[in-house]
Design a protein around this ligand. Structure first.
Ligand code: HEM
Length: 449
């Protein structure tokens, strides 16, 4: 197959470079070919054209139900985690129908009811951290985001099942996403053996099964209730029907709920950890956010916080410089076409490269510098700023994620005094499909405000 701007490094070496140091891999490649290049990186046999030019990304996303079809092939490595019936495993008509089920449950109005819960949970988690001793901000943010998502998705905030899930989900995620080495288990199926129950893969399989059973039991009990008055996503999904009057089966519900819990908790936790990192790395920026919050004169209702302009551009800049996922979903070319002056044959796989798009000097001068003001000075189009992807696979949890990020950061900054425990800059590290802080953003609480 004819492919544009192929890198000279042999494919197997490219895969290893990607697993060991994805940032270095992408930054070296873009030096050779600035707008788009062909990469050999995910799993086996996957050759992908990575595009970081906004016009190229626009053409792909505008046509992703016609000539650039969003396909699930490159997500297959996530199948053991999210299950066969997850939206991540679907494409075309089946995928469109599943989104119709899910999107209403994430409507902005519905998310607002979680405002006070988010602020209370933040206070609860922070107040339990030791003063004067280093803690991992990433771990603390995971604790908050997991509790928020268990409430939003399953309606759970107490009881034995809740406690078990709160304990098991982070363990399962650590089993596979903790390091480049453990993530390799997902990328290379030949490493997925159980060794009589003793291997890391066996531990993961066992945890995944336990989580699946707990959620399945919750679904079965909820179905028996005649009055599904809860605001949680499970209640809404159980009572939803598609246009032919069909609802979701228990297996579909189980895999979708696990998908939402995993997609929603880890990504938001990582975004908040980076937010804390930048707020405490840049005292001038932090002071501006605190001033803006203080100007609310204790009228700290969640919606007023959500609308704060400087907090908004601060979160944008944090998601720009450290996007949580490096790529959009893969799209497959249906008929031979031209993209940015290159011929792409039918069957070619293309992906928007969010990381490299956000690093473009022509869009973001001095791109390595953290400067929220750039979002006040000009507006960026949907194809220039892409932390939540776009087109038919755009993130469905965006409203909840941004709402949570702003409320958690505002609560911490306005009530606590903290400092970074480590003076060295925090580096990006790949954790499964996401990019997280290598050392977890170590911080110290020095007092209350
Ligand atoms: C800061 C936090 C988050 C970030 C940065 C993020 C980012 C993304 C990105 C880049 C995509 C792929 C979009 C594309 O290919 O065009 C995506 C998809 C998705 N996200 Fe998020 N996400 C976040 C939070 C959430 C939350 C809170 C949930 C749910 C509770 C969620 C659920 C999903 C799902 C289900 C998809 C797949 C959509 C589909 O296949 O149609 N995400 N997200």
């Amino acid at each position: 197959m004819q492919l544009p701007n192929r890198l000279k490094t042999p494919p197997f070496i490219q895969k290893l470079q990607w697993i060991a140091d994805p940032i270095n891999y992408m930054e070296n490649a873009v030096q050779q070919y600035p707008d788009l290049f062909t990469a050999e990186i995910v799993g086996f046999g996957n050759t992908i054209v990575l595009v970081n030019h906004p016009q190229g990304i626009q053409e792909i996303l505008n046509s992703d139900r016609n000539n650039f079809i969003a396909i699930s092939e490159a997500n297959q490595f996530l199948r053991p985690v999210v299950g066969d019936y997850s939206i991540l495993m679907m494409e075309r008509e089946q995928h469109r129908r599943r989104r119709q089920f899910l999107i209403p449950a994430f409507h902005g109005e519905k998310m607002r009811i979680y405002g006070e819960l988010i602020c209370d949970l933040t206070e609860q988690v922070l107040s339990q951290l030791p003063q004067g001793k280093p803690f991992s901000a990433h771990t603390a943010m995971r604790d908050i985001s997991l509790q928020v998502i268990l409430k939003a998705v399953l309606g759970l905030s107490e009881g034995e099942r809740y406690q078990k899930l709160r304990h098991l989900i982070p363990q399962m995620l650590l089993s596979v996403f903790q390091s480049s080495l453990t993530s390799t288990l997902l990328f290379f199926p030949f490493l997925q053996y159980e060794l009589g129950g003793w291997s890391p893969w066996a531990r993961f399989v066992h945890q995944r099964q336990e989580i699946g059973e707990l959620i399945y039991t919750e679904i079965t009990e909820r179905r028996k209730k005649s009055n599904l008055s809860g605001f949680d996503i499970l209640s809404l999904l159980i009572s939803s029907k598609d246009t032919s009057g069909e609802g979701m089966t228990d297996f579909e519900l189980r895999d979708e709920l696990i998908t939402l819990i995993i997609a929603g908790s880890e990504s938001t936790a990582t975004a908040m950890a980076w937010g804390l990192y930048w707020a405490y790395q840049q005292p001038r920026v932090r002071e501006k956010i605190i001033e803006e919050i203080d100007d609310l004169n204790n009228f700290l209702d969640p919606i007023s916080i959500f609308k704060l302009p400087y907090l908004t551009v601060f979160c944008n800049e944090s998601l720009r410089i450290h996007p949580i996922t490096p790529f959009t979903f893969p799209r497959q070319v249906q008929e031979t076409t031209q993209l940015l002056g290159h011929t792409l044959e039918a069957g070619t796989i293309v992906q928007g490269c969010i990381y490299l798009l956000h690093q473009r000097e022509d869009l973001y001068p001095e791109a390595k510098h953290f400067r929220p003001e750039r979002f006040l000075e000009r507006e960026f189009s949907l194809y220039e700023f892409l932390p939540f992807g776009g087109g038919s696979r755009r993130c469905i949890g965006e409203t909840l994620a941004v709402f949570e990020m702003k409320l958690v950061l505002a609560t911490i900054l306005s009530r606590y005094q903290l400092e970074l425990a480590d003076k060295q800059p925090e580096k990006l590290k790949r954790r499964g499909p996401t990019l997280g802080p290598e050392n977890g953003v170590k911080m110290i609480i020095t007092g209350r405000r």
